[in-house]
Design a protein around this ligand. Structure first.
Ligand code: SAM
Length: 350
């Protein structure tokens, strides 16, 4: 029988997904959305001149963006249409929008796209393809790939910053944290998440702990009006002493690391925690049957050392380090969250 229209549309949508992503990445990189925000109503030739591109190419890019809901076009009698941003692009694609995803989009284009172009090898080998994608031997993901130059480091930090700004409030407000006075955000990068925590919980102070290379650049990302409720400490969470705190935050950390490294990190946290201390874990929680969300399952294909897990799997892991799960929140934002409390001594590492 003839294929059903919905089935056909679904499969074509999936086949074309990479073209849509690349059109978004390219328009963002060429500053199309910033340009149309400051000068709405330009036609393709005017946009082409500003972004220093061909008129034909710009026209195709603008029309593709209209079809994806990223731009609106207004027809004009006997003249070419003019373009302006949609609600979606004004909200997420401008460089200076509060929820700008531009940093993360650039990271996807520069780092994730090349990795995914070697997906077949990644699947065959069960290993990430950083060497093939970036042409250098990289042993350590952060130092060798993301922080191997000042530009690469800023790009990565920008990417983390944009996601943390979008997700930070949902994570920070997921639980009543009034019993905690001090927190330590391990791998807290630019501090974007930490500032959301101190905004949401007046009286809480947060120490951001990250690699020296990151901490030395963090001031580029501080909000205009800061108080001293957020501070930064440089160190390696696998090797160095962790700052003392009532609550430890691990946001988008565990999924990157092998079981052995996760065990080292959780053991170190467990050792500095006394009974009653908290551990707030924020990750994408896979459905218990591992059928979704596709965001988490697709991320797993980048084949880091680590893995994506469900809330139950994380709970069991934390329990083996003496933390019991008090609450789990599926936030409807990009990250979910779990609050655990230290009760027991470490049991074992697996
Ligand atoms: N927690 C942040 C968030 O949710 O936006 C950033 C997550 S990012 C995926 C991982 C962070 O861990 C980076 O900021 C990275 O520099 C930091 N990191 C990686 N290895 C580290 C180490 N050995 N010690 C301390 N921080 C580390």
């Amino acid at each position: 029988s003839e294929p059903k229209k919905d089935d056909l549309h679904r499969i074509i949508h999936l086949m074309d997904g990479f073209k849509a992503s690349k059109a978004l990445f390219t328009a963002s990189k060429m500053c199309v959305f910033d340009l149309l925000q400051s000068r709405p109503g330009l036609d393709a030739a005017q946009v082409a001149q500003e972004i220093k591109a061909s008129v034909k190419g710009t026209e195709c890019l603008l029309e593709a963006c209209v079809s994806l809901g990223l731009l609106k076009s207004k027809p004009r009698a006997c003249q070419k249409p003019v373009y302006k941003n949609t609600h979606l692009s004004s909200r997420f694609l401008l460089s200076d929008a509060p929820f700008s995803m531009r940093g993360y989009i650039q990271h996807c284009d520069d780092t994730v796209w090349p990795l995914f172009s070697h997906l077949e090898s990644a699947v065959r080998e069960g290993a990430n393809q950083r060497e093939k994608a970036f042409g250098k031997t990289s042993k350590e993901m952060f130092q060798d790939t993301f922080y191997n130059s000042r530009e690469a480091k800023l790009r990565f930090m920008n990417a983390m910053h944009s996601i943390a700004k979008v997700t930070g409030r949902a994570v920070a407000t997921a639980f009543d944290l009034s019993r905690f006075k001090t927190a330590c955000d391990l791998g807290g990068c630019t501090g974007a998440m930490a500032y959301e925590f101190t905004k949401a919980h007046p009286g809480l102070s947060v120490t951001v702990f990250d690699l020296p290379a990151v901490v030395e650049m963090s001031e580029h990302f501080h909000p205009l009006h800061t108080d001293n409720s957020v501070s930064f400490v440089a160190g390696d969470f696998f090797k160095d002493e962790l700052p003392k705190a009532d609550l430890y935050i691990l946001a988008r950390i565990l999924h990157d690391w092998s079981d052995d490294k996760v065990c080292i990190l959780l053991s170190k946290i467990a050792n500095v925690c006394t009974a009653g201390c908290g551990l707030l874990l924020s990750e994408i929680f896979l459905d218990e049957d591992r059928r979704g969300p596709s965001r988490g399952l697709l991320q797993a294909l980048s084949m880091s050392e680590g893995k994506q897990s469900s809330a139950t799997e994380y709970s069991l892991l934390l329990k083996s380090h003496g933390f019991v799960t008090a609450h789990v929140r599926h936030t409807d934002n990009l990250l979910d969250a779990m609050l655990c409390i230290k009760v027991l001594s470490n049991l074992f590492c697996f």
